[in-house]
Design a binder for this molecule. Sequence first.
Ligand SMILES: [Mn+2]
Length: 360
Amino acid sequence: MIFKERRERLLEESKSECVLLINIEGSSKPALTYYTGFTGSFATLLLTPGEELFITDPRYTEQAKKQTGMNVVEYRGGKKFTEFLADILKEKGCKKVGVEKERLSLSLYESLVANLEGCEFAGIDDVIKKHRMAKTPEEVEKIKKAIDIAQKAFLELLDFMKPGMTEREAAAYLEYRMKALGAESVAFETILASGPRSALPHGIASGKVMEKGEVVVVDFGCFYEGYCSDMTRMVSFGEPPDEVKKVHEIVFQAQERAIKGAKPGMKGKEIDALARSYIEEQGYGKEFGHGLGHGIGLEVHEAPRVSRMGEDEIKPGYVFTIEPGIYLEGRFGIRIEEDVLMTDKGVEVLTSLDRGIFVI
Ligand SMILES: [Mn+2]
């Protein structure tokens, strides 16, 4: 079973005696899903050299048994959860414990430390990150399915959306169609921003009425079997003005440079630079304020970073977005976003919608 193999690698590579991953209201949820298959909101995984324990509460016992096939221990209250956990750690003799540092709250950490004298905690975030970045073919298939659903829903949206409608109404339709086509949920709140609002890189759909002659940025995606898609397209009500076309062409060429130029082994920041340098040459460097892309998988924003800060080498099997944009405050913004898979030759583009402006 894939989860069991992942757990064995985690314990081995974490260089800790034990691994403790805690998901309280979503904290280490993606890691719990990655290493056990569990998708609920409350669970803890404890790995020791001889034993694996999965802890949850009675709301999730049945689900946990089904999803993980592991030995499930129930937390039934009576004492604080951290005291309950500390007792287990003491009983198992855990002294050096690997945790997901970025996801462990200070209050939880303090309370564990207070209950576990002489216990040492170490962050194993890098090991988890390294595992999750390298997708298996099965994971890539799920992402492709999430892309397929989102793309079909987008094409249906084009027949539905019209001037006079609010952004929210159009976004709701897109989200409804994604779910009707098999998505578990949206990957994030749909960004659907028209006219001057398109210059907001994260303009969540609002009550604004869309008007004739406006461009609309639509950034959307969905989850399928735990994995997500994330893409962006431009729509225009009527033929767009020349300046919109010109800026779109620059963004398109920047994206093309990143798609063609990205090779395995390059750092995220080198791929970012392929697109960024072109946008800078065209005089819009300041108007491209965000990173070129980010990893996608169990989360819509995960490692690797493909930005000026991206130090991770992008290896075959990594799935990430390439999404340059130019935002002209108060006027309009353009972004085009693809999901790509790094292969041993270069990137394979997984999204397949036309990359031009959809004029309706
Ligand atoms: Mn994105």
